[in-house]
Design a binder for this molecule. Structure first.
Ligand code: NAP
Length: 287
């Protein structure tokens, strides 16, 4: 049970966490912070948070656990303000989609508070943003990856591990580097493909017609292109090296398909599509 939880960034991820913990009776008070007062008032009205602070320091000061759920580019200034406000027993975690940049920002700003810092990433989300997008079942049976570092105290990790278990999540542990490499492939690259496809098609002369006749497959493939541009700009800037390597490999894959089509190479196309289908069938069957 967390007596007092501070959520810095009351959007989709922070709100869903607060709602899940409340539903599980695993939290006492939830206090939120964000820049937009209307969003915070909405959060109180919806029962996501019980109150909100007028600064990060005020919000976090009396909390047992502080969850930083802002876009990646905003993490470092938040950590800097936390350093001035909370004691060394505070447990701090984040939910950022890339971990290397967050850990670097935390090391630069948190000082001795690093022992209470547990980097984390819930592998759950939607293309929606803001407090109204939150829902209590978001983390049910979903994976949360924790990437504690050498400085992280085991007791802090145990607190955050239990917090996510109370939300119905399944916890896994990875190193920071491994997390960023794997997530670049499974999450970051697919978002780039969806953004690139929609951007490309919208530049074509026939784009209105193309979108009018778009069917289920197009909708499924491009849903994530409706995700928040600020969040995804920050993911690209935070995990650029791993992502660019994958984009280049993917470009070579497209070249291979293009060459096979150009050459009328039916066997090559069948081999490639057949292998991809069986890989995906296996993957989905295992999830
Ligand atoms: P979101 O719905 O846009 O929420 C972000 C919140 O952060 C907003 O409520 C915003 O409120 C606040 N915020 C933005 N900039 C801020 C700043 N400079 N200082 C203080 N507060 C600030 O985004 P989200 O989807 O919850 O994403 C939050 C984090 O979760 C990101 O780091 C993202 O990488 C990670 N994540 C997202 C997903 C996903 O699918 N969406 C999945 C896993 C992890 P104000 O505008 O009122 O300040």
């Amino acid at each position: 049970m967390i007596d007092r939880l501070a959520i810095i960034g009351v959007g989709l991820i922070g709100s869903s966490l607060a709602l899940a913990l409340k539903q599980a009776n695993a939290v006492g008070q939830v206090i939120g912070y964000g820049r937009n007062r209307n969003n915070l008032e909405k959060g109180v009205e919806l029962g996501v948070i019980d109150s909100f602070g007028s600064s990060i320091a005020e919000t976090a000061r009396a909390a047992d656990v502080i969850v930083v759920a802002v876009p990646l580019g905003a993490m470092r200034p938040v950590f800097a303000e936390l350093k001035t406000a909370v004691g060394k027993n505070a447990v701090i975690t984040d939910v950022g989609s890339a971990k290397g940049s967050v850990v670097a920002a935390a090391k630069a700003e948190l000082g001795e508070l690093m022992s209470g810092f547990v980097p984390g990433h819930p592998i759950a989300g939607t293309e929606k943003s803001g407090v109204e997008a939150g829902f209590a079942s978001l983390y049910q049976n979903r994976r949360v990856i924790l990437t504690p570092v050498a400085e992280t105290a085991p007791e802090a990790t145990a607190t955050i591990d239990q917090m996510w278990r109370d939300c119905g999540a399944v916890i896994e542990y990875l190193s920071v580097e491994h997390h960023d490499k794997v997530l670049a492939a499974t999450s970051h690259l697919p978002h780039m493909l969806a953004y690139a496809l929609v951007h490309h098609l919208s530049n074509l002369n026939e784009h209105e017609e193309i979108f009018r006749y778009a069917a289920g497959g197009f909708r499924d493939f491009t849903r994530i292109a409706s995700s928040d541009p600020v969040m995804w700009r920050d993911v690209c800037l935070s995990n650029g090296e791993a992502l660019v390597e994958l984009i280049e490999q993917y470009q070579r894959e497209l070249d291979r398909i293009s060459a096979a089509i150009d050459a009328g190479d039916a066997d090559e196309l069948l081999k490639l599509f057949g292998r991809a289908k069986s890989e995906r069938d296996l993957l989905i069957g295992n999830c």
